[in-house]
Design a binder for this molecule. Structure first.
Ligand code: NDP
Length: 612
């Protein structure tokens, strides 16, 4: 029987700590203490750029043979920077739109992007494979399991390369150096580290948001005499084995790993199995939910009808954008998390709850979820004092949620030690090992699972500079933050399209986002051609208006301001009036953003763009 808003108003009250079984205010204060302990005045500057003596951490260990070739000089229609899924999707959608005259420039030795680099043992995508792997219907491929491991994903990238005939159009092992608009030529002149010069009418930037490894600012890294590498440059020559394990050369080695983020969660169980001893250095524990992987049901695969992939993707992104769906096709921990959040956000104030009540109930639901995560630690780790150290004390969206069933039980092994730095981080690296709280832990091999540059300048991360119509660099144009229209265009930088997270609509499923962006860019190029024009540029006015849209105060900015530091909140700086978090400067809702772009295309007016 439906209850009237008045009756609900009379009924509503915040549950008591006794009813809840915990005191929300106590947890709030505990979270604040834990945040305080971790705040560092340097914010993002605490990390070290991989340059100079540290450049070796950036070397590509996966190339069999260094490519030798003559410099290329060519005039082309489109140049795509990056051969990850973004660049491949751009190429595929361009081909479908009838454009064949393009080149991809890729610094790595093959396609795959993040999956080319991240081959560490146990690497797996935690977004369901049936939605994550792009172009499944086009390539007629069904993933083997619900959550794919890295080799299957890398092989799929190669499959896309073959299917769309992208190999002959791609320059691998090539780093773009400068991208310069030449007004007299109405083209971008793109130079590379191999002496190439491409003159391209259009450039598409898809160098990825998490592509440049970073190291912690720990003194002494250069002094370490043992072996060392970053997880995104895994040294199988040293370890032996492959990404599915069997690292036999570690059998007599003491291995240390710094970092306990999404990457470490996946590789630690493999290291523990193969190393003589493993020491895990932790600053902040991850929140680890259930994985629950399973093989693909062949009958389900046979039952799929044309259009299934797009339909499943739309269903997933809609749920994750707070748009209720009759059916939850993916039905996993991601959709559970977002359905719970949407349910909460949809509570009507007329049900007797004030805005503060709703926010507080949200906080309570968050504590309940994290209590479950902490209980899971207690149930998985036998030694109570170790379990205590592995419990995360922050709200669930402060850090990237992780999903794994093996990491926690790894700490029950005799050959594994957890060194918790109580939020302070590793003190120092010596010739022989790692120092925490004045104690030196000797290791033969030290692995950095310390992630990627996120808060640094876009051009530093992409490792090249872009000069627009007036000669101004993109770094200068964006020195006070990003400025785009629809996330793709910057005024003064005609025929240049950014893909990824530049003021667009952030979807946890990156490939969905990249595919929608690629489709939009292909449309723009097609329209330009159909209208007999060559150059497309956004107006300052459109760019200004877009700033108003993406800078609207949003729920996440406030949430992140109270979070423990991490790359989601500019290492705790969000809220200082200057720093921006990972979720900020995005259109509210990924599904809503791409639906808006679709309406914009249907309008057929190209509002916000000037053609010449
Ligand atoms: P993260 O940036 O998430 O983690 C870095 C780790 O290094 C953190 O645990 C951090 O601690 C720790 N650290 C940094 N400085 C120090 C220090 N001085 N002393 C001790 N520890 C330190 O990097 P990851 O490579 O784990 O993950 C990056 C991203 O890649 C993920 O967030 C995710 O988006 C993506 N990814 C996705 C996967 C997928 O399944 N799709 C799988 C793996 C990664 P602290 O938390 O205190 O900062």
């Amino acid at each position: 029987m439906a209850t009237s808003p008045e009756a609900q108003a009379a009924q509503f009250r915040i549950p008591t700590p006794q009813e809840l079984g915990f005191d929300p205010l106590q947890l709030r204060s505990k979270y604040a203490d834990e945040r305080e302990r971790r705040l560092r005045s340097e914010g993002n500057d605490q990390y070290r750029e991989i340059t100079g003596d540290l450049e070796k951490f950036n070397d590509d260990p996966y190339i069999d043979q260094v490519l030798v070739r003559e410099p290329i000089s060519a005039s082309i229609h489109v140049l795509i920077v990056g051969g990850g899924f973004g660049g491949q999707l751009a190429a595929a959608r361009l081909k479908e739109a009838g454009f064949d005259d393009f080149r991809i420039i890729e610094k790595a030795g093959d396609f795959g992007g993040t999956w080319y680099w991240n081959r560490y043992p146990g690497a797996q995508c935690d977004i369901e494979a049936y939605v994550y792997l792009p172009l499944l219907e086009e390539t007629n491929y069904i993933p083997k399991e619900k959550y794919s491991y890295a080799p299957e994903i890398l092989e799929h990238a190669r499959r896309i390369g073959r299917h769309f005939d992208l190999y002959p159009r791609t320059c691998f092992q090539t780093q773009v150096r400068t991208v310069r608009w030449v007004e007299g030529d109405k083209r971008w002149h793109v130079s590379t580290d191999r002496g190439d010069l491409f003159k391209a009418r259009h450039v598409i930037m898809s160098s990825g948001p998490l592509n440049r490894p970073k190291l912690p600012g720990i003194p002494g890294i250069e002094k370490f005499k043992g072996h060392t590498f970053h997880t995104s440059r895994w040294d199988y020559d040293y370890c032996g084995g492959s990404s599915s394990g069997g690292m036999t050369k570690l059998a007599d080695k003491r291995v240390g790993i710094i970092g306990t983020g999404a990457t470490a969660i996946q590789c630690v169980p493999y290291l523990a199995r193969d190393a003589k001893h493993l020491t895990v250095f932790q600053r902040t524990p991850s929140a680890i939910d259930e994985r629950g992987n399973r093989p693909t049901d062949p009958n389900w695969a046979k039952s799929l009808q044309p259009g299934w992939h797009a339909e499943r993707n739309e269903n997933f992104v809609s749920i994750l954008s707070g748009i209720p769906q009759e059916e939850d096709m993916v039905g996993d921990r991601w959709t559970d998390l977002f359905k719970a959040l949407s349910k909460l956000m949809s509570v009507s104030p007329s049900a007797g709850m004030t805005a503060e009540d709703i926010a507080f109930m949200g906080e309570i639901a968050d504590y309940q979820k994290m209590n479950y995560i902490r209980d899971r630690v207690a149930k998985s780790v036998t030694k109570a004092e170790v379990a205590e150290k592995l419990k995360p004390w922050y709200r669930q969206w402060c850090k990237r949620p992780t999903f794994n069933d093996e990491f926690l039980p790894t700490f029950n092994r005799d050959n594994v030690t957890l060194v918790d730095t109580e939020g302070k981080g590793v003190e120092r690296v010596t010739e022989k090992g790692v120092v925490v709280n004045g104690v030196e832990y000797e290791v033969d091999c030290l692995i950095f699972a310390t992630g990627f540059e996120v808060g640094t300048a876009y051009t530093r991360r992409s490792e090249f500079e872009v000069y627009g119509k007036t000669g101004e660099s993109l770094s200068d144009y964006w020195k006070n933050g990003l400025r785009t229209f629809h996330g793709f265009h910057a005024h003064g930088f005609p025929n240049c399209y950014h893909m990824g997270l530049t003021q667009t609509g952030l979807a946890p499923n990156f490939t969905y986002m990249l595919d929608r962006q690629a489709t939009h860019i292909a449309y723009l190029l097609k329209e330009l051609k159909a209208r007999g024009k060559q150059v497309l540029e956004t107006s300052l006015k459109a760019e200004d208006e877009w700033q108003d849209i993406v800078h609207k105060p949003n729920f996440m900015a406030d949430y992140l301001a109270k979070c423990t530091p991490g790359y989601y909140n500019a290492e705790g700086k969000v809220g200082d009036g200057k720093s921006r978090g990972f979720f900020e400067e995005q259109y509210e809702g990924a599904a809503q953003f791409y639906a808006m772009l679709e309406r914009w295309r249907k309008d057929d007016r190209l509002d916000g763009l000037e053609l010449s």
